[in-house]
Design a protein around this ligand. Sequence first.
Ligand SMILES: [Zn+2]
Length: 387
Amino acid sequence: MSDAPELPKEEEEEREEELTPEPEDQSDDSSGEEAAGNTEMDFLRNLFSSTLGLGSADKVLDELTLDGVAQYIKSGKCKNILCMVGAGISTSAGIPDFRSPETGLYANMQKYNLPYPEAIFQIDYFKKHPEPFFALAKELYPGQFKPTICHYFMKLLKDKGHLRRCYTQNIDTLERVAGLEGDDLIEAHGTFFTSHCVSFCCRQEYNLDWMRDKIFSEDIPRCDKCSSLVKPDIVFFGESLPVRFFTSMKMDFPRCDLLIIMGTSLQVQPFAGLVGRVSKGCPRLLINMEKAGQADPLFGLLGFGGGMDFDSEKAYRDVAHISTCDDGCLALAELLGWKVELEELVKQEHARIDGQEKEKEKVGESKGAAAEVSAAAPVAPEPKKEE
Ligand SMILES: [Zn+2]
């Protein structure tokens, strides 16, 4: 994991200044003056490139289509692909979007007696009243963790040496189930994969199985060592994003050859702002049910650039493929000549996961804990075994 090639630090910083001045960045820049200088330069650059059409000099794709992207990937010039993904890549796996108001989540929360609905995800409230969060976690717990075609497409990108990293907003751990490892991933909003004791003196780590057992037995998870509360490592309101998000972003985006954005409407900051951190020449492909991330004309003018431009006459690098993430990945895989391989991978892996679930069920039954397991898998396709 430590063998990923990294440029020496100095070169890194140099490249970054050159390529990714980022006016919105408040979190990690110690030099305010320098940042202001960059903002000004960036503003001028944007102004010149938009008024004089200089941007077109950077054109990398032959055409702004999925096929254009596929040709670029096949050209051999596209070594560092970054993926940015959101809830849309997991909907076909039956994972509810934990925080989206569209799930009707907030409308359905009277029963938890919250002072206001968002309190359920607020860290201060959680520390005093963890019950509502864990009750909701039980209610929304996915029946099974089976990654989608889109997840396996990213695994294929990794296997073929193209994937530099995947930045995910999702907390469902499906990227890991699909075979991406810790170093391949930035889980920007945290993950259910691990949990920690909230006591600063202790911070004992617990795994997903431990947490799931607690959630389903309706025990409020308490640390075995110190009895403090144990919380899944998802980012609550009032908590900062993982440090790795900020450190990796500085390394990854300046050297990105292709940014693939899938299943996110690019509305949550600071995640959404990442699209503006790649170099001006870096092509960006959006696979989503609707266009997203387009620059607000007003903000564009003010130099807070970096928004997507799919349609204007100056568009030169952004491609929108409007479809489900699975369909978009299949279409791209077909253009790359990877479709059979991708379908085979999905089939194999899903069969393996089904096998594991059956195994778990058997173990559960022999322990006399079948009820618990079936509660954990409400949509499992397997019929109950005959006694
Ligand atoms: Zn503890």
